[in-house]
Design a protein around this ligand. Structure first.
Ligand code: FE2
Ligand code: FE2
Length: 163
């Protein structure tokens, strides 16, 4: 059985993951508006992954006899200054999520809730991957700036990401 503190914290993470999904969907729409369809597709896939993360927490709360209480999700930004700015925002959002996951691990450990500590390890690893994926893209787009050839090349490359 989850403690009420842990149950609340896991519910809060469901909201964070849904917000991540919403944010990446907003970025996908932004890239669609720029006709950068590869980046749009990349962000759409990312949004789906975040939905999957939310559902892992959702299932876990029930597995431990808890209750899922869904909270309101904030509306994400609609536009960014440039593709580089959008990817920089995505990276900084992933760093924020890494912090959330680490705080969850610390809270679970403080309560000696080893089941939850163990459950969270998948997310600890996932966040390492998320940052490692977003970082080089953000760095490259920063260098590319508004060079159309570079943007289109990167768009094409990102569009080949498997769904
Ligand atoms: Fe996530
Ligand atoms: Fe993520």
């Amino acid at each position: 059985m989850l403690s009420s503190t842990m149950e609340k914290a896991l519910n809060e993470q469901i909201r964070e993951e849904y917000y991540s999904s919403y944010l990446y969907l907003a970025m996908s729409a932004y890239f669609e508006s720029l006709d950068l369809r590869g980046m749009a597709r990349w962000m759409r896939t990312q949004a789906q992954e975040e939905h999957g993360h939310a559902m892992k927490f959702f299932d876990y709360v029930f597995e431990r006899g808890g209750t899922v209480v869904l909270a309101a999700i904030d509306a994400p930004q609609v536009t960014w200054a440039s593709p580089a700015a959008a990817f920089a925002a995505a990276l900084s959002h992933e760093r924020h999520i890494t912090g959330c996951i680490h705080r969850l691990v610390e809270a679970a450990a403080a309560e000696h809730d080893h089941g939850t500590v163990n459950f969270l390890q998948w997310f600890v690893k996932e966040q390492v991957e998320e940052e490692a994926t977003a970082e080089p893209i953000a760095r490259r787009l920063e260098k590319i700036g508004d060079n159309m050839v570079g943007l289109l090349f990167t768009d094409r490359e990102l569009g080949s990401r498997g769904a």
